[in-house]
Design a protein around this ligand. Structure first.
Ligand code: KG4
Ligand code: ZN
Length: 345
């Protein structure tokens, strides 16, 4: 039996991405190429992703990115066993571009199309690089999502928690913006925080101690705005102190919220040998956040797994991988060519 190959396409937000992933006879995956074109510069002037600009940029770039991914992998389209494209959730313009391109390639090559849920891509990405047995928990913290997902198996997911207002990445980005830090805000808040005094501001820990498992970040952002307004004009030191205090509040909030789901998991799967929490999404790049999560996992006897950043942020390798997982599990993509992109899914 030959190695099985999958082409992945990702266009749900502001990254145009394509990748070829292989699965060998022993079930070992290998990323043959993982090409990501970020549109950060196109959107920076607007302080956030502009859907119309994103869609146009995907149209312009996607052909070349797919070509590059195939070339880098040393394979051609005819060798693929399938084509996996993100079908949602995300910005509808980009989803249309990616899914329609996937359908066109599937049609001309006669290969099956796998419409992939972007969140499923994030949820399964860890299995591309590590031994992670089902069931496990995923904390997805990106610019668009903040959720805890129970992954029972391929295609078998349960959302345990989500944000009731802002996504965590969004809270970072908005905080950066109101402090005058450049877009994207997350990395700049982290950088500024390094020189800051985290004990100067006592920001709220939204929903801390509450029984419901969800997240909330808009109150935190409001508290930052009030603190910043009260001491304006801000010095560099003020900004650093606010960022450091903000990150500590976020870290403690996450620990409290995540601990609830860890406890629930333990009760549900008491026999699970190595209960695992996988983190995904752009905010996972933040060292302070990672350290906070590591600690809460340690306290609860969980293994903490953070895949390499290239697989945590938006990429097409995780989409190709989700396709391969389905292929391997024998889940047929029936009616895939009639699958319509879903901005909400
Ligand atoms: O997963 P991602 O690349 O794209 C999606 O949102 O789908 O995540 C981007 C988000 C942005 O909100 C960005 O500010 C945040 O992740 N982020 C960070 C850091 N790096 C990226 N947030 C905090 N600290 C960071 N170092
Ligand atoms: Zn994402």
């Amino acid at each position: 039996k030959p190695t099985r190959l999958m082409l992945g396409i990702e266009t749900s937000c502001d990254e145009t991405a394509a990748s070829v992933v292989a699965l060998d006879v022993d079930g070992r995956p290998e990323i043959l190429s993982n090409v990501v074109l970020s549109q950060i510069e196109e959107h920076a002037a607007f302080g956030g992703v502009v859907p119309e600009i994103a869609a146009r940029a995907h149209v312009e770039a996607l052909d070349g990115i797919i070509e590059a991914a195939l070339q880098e992998s040393g394979k051609d389209l005819a060798e693929m066993e399938g084509i996996a494209a993100t079908a949602g959730p995300g910005l509808i313009g980009g989803l249309i571009v990616g899914l329609m391109t996937g359908k066109a390639l599937a049609s001309v090559s006669g290969k099956p199309l796998y419409p992939v849920n972007h969140l499923e891509g994030h949820a399964l990405a860890a299995r591309l690089v590590d031994d992670v047995a089902f069931p496990y928990l995923v904390l997805l913290v990106s610019g668009g999502h903040t959720q805890i997902i129970l992954v029972r198996g391929v295609g078998d997911y349960e959302r345990w928690a989500s944000t009731i207002d802002d996504a965590l990445g969004e809270a970072f980005d908005k905080t950066a913006k109101l402090l005058g830090l450049p877009y994207p805000g997350g990395p700049n808040v982290e950088k500024a925080a390094l020189a800051g005094d985290a004990s100067r501001f006592d920001f709220p820990r939204p929903l801390k101690g509450e029984a419901r498992p969800d997240f909330s970040f808009s109150g935190l952002k409001t508290a930052v705005r009030q603190a910043a307004t009260a001491i304006a004009p801000l010095t560099e030191k003020d900004i650093a102190d606010i960022c450091a205090s903000f990150q500590v509040a976020v870290g403690e909030t996450l620990q409290d919220r995540v601990a609830r789901s860890l406890t629930r998991f333990r009760g549900m799967f008491p026999g699970q040998q190595t209960p695992t929490l996988v983190v995904a999404g752009g905010v996972a790049a933040n060292r302070a956040i990672r350290a906070a999560l590591e600690l809460v996992c340690e306290r609860n006897g969980f293994r903490f797994l953070a895949p390499p950043m290239k697989l945590c942020t938006d990429n097409a390798a995780m989409i190709a991988w989700a396709g391969l997982e389905r292929l391997r599990a024998g889940i047929e993509p029936d009616e895939a060519m009639h699958f319509a992109p879903r901005s909400r899914w």
